[in-house]
Design a protein. Structure first.
Lengths: 242, 371
């Protein structure tokens, strides 16, 4: 998409036709923005409660019947997990119903050579080898790749492993068991699924760190808006050059 | 003694000197042990009186005999001794009186006489490397004996973790290529009764169910009877309230250990282990590992020797020859990425300032030229 736009612009410039100013594009529709922040909140809760399930807080004194700390932590984990899963299903729907930028999370132009060239340009930009980044309405290719791998594929892995573990307590024959229980013997045993789910948490935590950093950095350093775009939906460009 | 009708369980019992009264008691006890309604005692009695007995052949491969040790300590000697040793257990080279050729002859006889009608119980597993030479029974590799006896059996019971998953002799690097039964025999129904060893009452319960009802108990995805392996130890653990309350043993001699708090933080595998330990318990229902103050080590789970420490909750991951702990690597990665972000951000700021200076200088120069 962006290549064609760029090519067009380049072509126009070559012909010395004046470039029309375009400083803002409506990219992220309201439902997508709501999904983003709901997702961000649920991932935060999931990571914190998940860490606390694997590494519980220090014991409280008194009778067992006086407390329900682990019970509440697990409840919040499962509640946030359901929110994440339902939001994910909604996100699939929105990829169909929403605009073309809403489809990026589920499509990767893997076979388009230009995509990888632009991705390399973006890598060089982060390595200070390029003077400035290119402009994109949607995700830049590097972000696009990370979104698909971590949020779509990673999210699916976390949901499937998570529900398989959840099925252990809902029991044999529960819908969670019927839908996801097959995963446990496939991976090995329950402990393996736990540990892979735990590895997944770390991958997502590292991604969140990079995502937040690059979003802030791009907002400051690049030629377009990032953070405000996920709030207002409008992508603002700082210059008129192609 | 020649008979017109095939011998029933009841016939053999009476022949062994069991009174009618003891027989009825046994039937009601079995019904209770299997979690059935009292009315089933009569059905079991009827079945045992009318159905021809099913012989059980018990083979031993690479194993430590802990399954048999567990079995002969069954809390209900009536079940193990009467039903199995006296009535149906026709071959078990560990506890049978006959030996050598005499013993092997029984195997031959039963497999012919009861073709397709006997149950094969296997304790241990066959090693496949070196043509099976690491386990020789009667002068031949065990894998040959296993294949021969399995050929005409009705069903196979895999006793213990050895037969079910491979257990210690199949742990990395598994030099003899010890292989669980279901990976050697593919054409027979296999019931896995894992554990190292399995609980005696679980073993007798599964066998009694199969002998009396002439059908395989309901199995889960991994081929284990759901009646004993349908839930985790964690689900029925008497220390579960401490888990939910967030009260944990931190080290082996702390106050929490004395108070009997949950052993989750010291690596208890109860939450990932499917077995009946927390309900049936061991040694006549006296205790089970968690009750004795030690976490479950997950002995009835697949490959438990290779799944990392018994004393860690977040166990190490072993993949592609690399061993790593998710929490250690995760925290290190977060630290490294955090530091990298900080450095990148700082350099970005410096870079931007650097980039701006010559730009403004150039702009100034060009402005000067224009003037």
């Amino acid at each position: 998409m962006s290549t064609t736009t760029e090519d067009l612009l380049r072509e126009k410039r070559r012909r010395d036709i004046p470039v029309r100013r375009r400083t803002a594009v409506y990219v992220y529709q309201a439902p997508l923005r709501v999904w983003h922040w709901v997702n961000a909140l649920s991932i935060t809760i999931l990571a914190i409660t998940g860490w606390l399930i694997a590494n519980p807080l220090p014991s409280l004194p008194g009778e067992a019947s006086d407390h329900f700390v682990m019970g509440y932590i697990r409840f919040f984990h499962f509640a946030a997990a359901y929110v994440f899963a339902v939001a994910f299903i909604f996100r699939i729907y929105w990829a169909i119903a929403g605009n073309s930028y809403a489809k990026q999370l589920f499509t990767l132009p893997f076979w388009r050579k230009g995509f990888w060239e632009e991705l390399w340009h973006e890598v060089r930009w982060y390595a200070f080898k390029e003077r400035e980044p290119r402009k994109y309405y949607g995700h830049n290719p590097l972000a696009h790749l990370f979104m698909v791998v971590i949020i779509t594929v990673g999210g699916l892995v976390m949901m499937v492993t998570g529900f398989a573990l959840y099925a252990e307590q809902t029991g044999l024959g529960s819908w969670q068991d019927q839908w996801f229980g097959w995963l446990i013997p496939l991976v090995g045993q329950s402990q393996d699924v736990r540990i892979w789910h735990h590895w997944g948490m770390w991958v997502i935590v590292v991604f969140v760190m990079l995502h937040v950093y690059t979003a802030i950095r791009e907002d400051v350093m690049s030629r377009q808006s990032l953070i405000s775009t996920m709030i207002s939906g409008w992508r603002m460009f700082k210059d008129d050059r192609p | 003694m020649p008979r017109s009708t095939p011998e029933t369980f009841y016939d053999v019992m009476r022949r062994q000197g069991i009174s009618r009264r003891s027989f009825v008691k046994f039937c009601s006890l079995t019904a209770t042990a299997l979690g059935l309604a009292p009315s089933f005692a009569g059905k079991i009695a009827h079945a045992m009186e009318t159905k021809p007995r099913t012989p059980v052949l018990w083979l031993h491969g690479l194993e430590c005999t802990c399954c048999s040790e567990s079995f002969i300590r069954s809390a209900h000697p009536l079940v193990s001794d009467v039903v199995l040793s006296m009535i149906s257990l026709d071959y078990d080279d560990l506890i049978m009186a006959s030996a050598g050729h005499q013993a092997e002859a029984i195997l031959e006889e039963i497999t012919h006489k009861y073709k397709g009608n006997y149950i094969l119980a296997v304790e241990g597993n066959p090693p496949l490397n070196q043509e099976g030479m690491s386990c020789i029974i009667g002068g031949r590799p065990f894998v040959d004996q296993l294949r021969e006896v399995a050929k005409d059996c009705k069903a196979i019971i895999s006793w213990g973790s050895c037969a079910s998953w491979g257990c210690v002799q199949a742990a990395r690097p598994n030099p003899t290529r010890a292989t669980p039964i279901h990976q050697v025999i593919h054409d027979k129904p296999i019931i896995k009764v894992p554990g190292c060893p399995p609980i005696a009452e679980v073993m007798t319960g599964v066998l009694t169910y199969m002998l009396t009802f002439e059908r395989i108990p309901e199995l889960d995805r991994q081929g284990r009877p759901t009646m004993f392996y349908g839930q985790r130890i964690h689900d029925k653990c008497y220390r579960r309230p401490h888990f939910d309350a967030g009260q944990f043993v931190e080290s082996w001699d702390d106050e929490a250990a004395r108070k009997g708090y949950c052993l989750y933080k010291v690596g208890c595998k109860g939450p990932t282990t499917y077995n009946a330990c927390s309900t049936v318990r061991w040694n006549n229902g006296v205790s089970f590992p968690i009750q004795s103050g030690h976490g479950c080590i997950g002995c009835s789970e697949d490959g438990f020797w290779d799944k990392g420490s018994f004393y860690q909750h977040t166990t190490d991951t072993h993949v592609f020859g690399v061993e790593a702990n998710a929490d250690k690597v995760g925290l290190a990665a977060v630290g490294a990425v955090g530091a990298a972000i900080g450095a990148h951000a700082a350099y970005s700021a410096v870079h931007k300032i650097k980039q701006k200076r010559p730009e403004s200088a150039e702009a100034h120069d060009s402005a000067g030229e224009q003037q």
